[in-house]
Design a protein around this ligand. Structure first.
Ligand code: SF4
Length: 323
């Protein structure tokens, strides 16, 4: 592969296929419940990110068992990541999270993954999370919504946090050695290719281990939908998105794991989603184009660790050669 895929990474790490199973718990988000705002991010719909989730009225064990039954049969996978997906899964008392984590700790669950916002992470919370991980003998990872490093765009999409909170959360999480996955949207209407490059550079500089990309979809009954229908925002073409993903991968560290290169959402809930094509066709297109251009993830990742000093090193080498 021309980039590091999550499936290959998990296969290598665990010696077999590992699947993520979404878990839906009754939790909200400070950007929706009135704490920061009650509108939420302008692209966030009623269901948050939980299109594929089972109802949170089902117990965690029931959700896991039902999904595992399906995944085991369809994909022949026998190990799983319990993925607390929807809204902000650390926006609740840690004792409650501990209860949920315990319920999700089935024998064949190798990792507990919590999706959240950068401003829902603190040292005290992480400390307790570390003791939960030790007690349950499970790996823990944290998925952080960032979307873009362009703080003007973060303002426009009403994220309720800027880049600083993301950087702070990553630095704190790293002290506890949990892996971080950043969620990024590469085609937000106000962003251009420079934002794409800068996003890759900042994630690399912070040694974020994993990235999850998705193309912006426009959900019905959102502020983003209103702007789209009023013609106030435009979505770049599929070809331009493919180019942005490749550009992002080129500038990203060659070691960062890519969980996905496009997301998905049900047609009935959206007015625009993935240029009316399936996410896997977008993935195929990206891979084909990388092949055609003979390019690799990390190909342009040469900007850290005092790049400007390379000129002296070169001169030194030249001098040694002449001696
Ligand atoms: S942080 Fe996540 S759950 Fe909260 S409003 Fe934004 S997209 Fe929705």
């Amino acid at each position: 592969m021309r980039y590091c895929t999550y499936s290959e990474h998990m296969q290598r790490k665990h010696g077999e296929k590992v699947y993520k199973i979404p878990i839906n718990i009754p939790v909200s988000c400070p950007n929706r419940d009135g704490t920061l705002s009650d509108g939420g991010c302008i692209f966030c719909g009623e269901k948050g990110a939980g299109f594929e989730n089972l109802s949170n009225t089902m117990s965690i064990q029931e959700q896991l068992e039902k999904n595992i039954l399906y995944i085991r049969k369809k994909y022949k996978a026998y190990k799983y990541v319990a993925y607390f997906q929807n809204y902000s899964n650390t926006y609740l008392p840690i004792e409650k999270l501990e209860e949920y984590a315990e319920a999700a700790s089935l024998d064949n669950v190798v990792e507990l993954s919590f999706s959240t916002r950068p401003d829902c992470i603190s040292d005290a919370y992480l400390e307790k999370l570390a003791s939960i991980a030790t007690k349950l003998n499970k790996e823990v990872s944290i998925e952080l919504g960032l979307q873009t490093v362009n703080y003007h765009t973060l303002n426009k999409i009403n994220r309720g946090h800027t880049l600083a909170e993301f950087i702070d959360a990553v630095i704190r999480i790293k002290k506890f050695k949990f892996e971080v996955c950043a969620h990024v949207i590469l085609n937000l209407p106000w962003d251009d290719q420079e934002d794409v490059i800068e996003t890759a550079k900042i994630l690399t500089a912070l040694s974020v281990e994993q990235v999850k990309l998705h193309a912006l979809y426009i959900e019905k009954n959102t502020k983003m939908c209103e702007l789209y229908q009023q013609g106030k925002i435009e979505i770049i073409s599929l070809e331009a998105y493919v180019n942005r993903v490749i550009l992002f991968l080129q500038y990203l560290s060659p070691n960062t794991i890519i969980q996905r290169v496009a997301g998905r959402a049900p047609e009935e809930d959206t007015v625009f989603c993935n240029w009316n094509t399936s996410w896997w066709k977008i993935k195929d297109r990206i891979e084909e184009k990388m092949e055609q251009c003979d390019t690799l993830q990390g190909e342009k990742c040469d900007y850290l660790n005092g790049k400007a000093l390379n000129v002296f090193e070169k001169t030194d080498i030249e001098k040694t050669d002449k001696r």
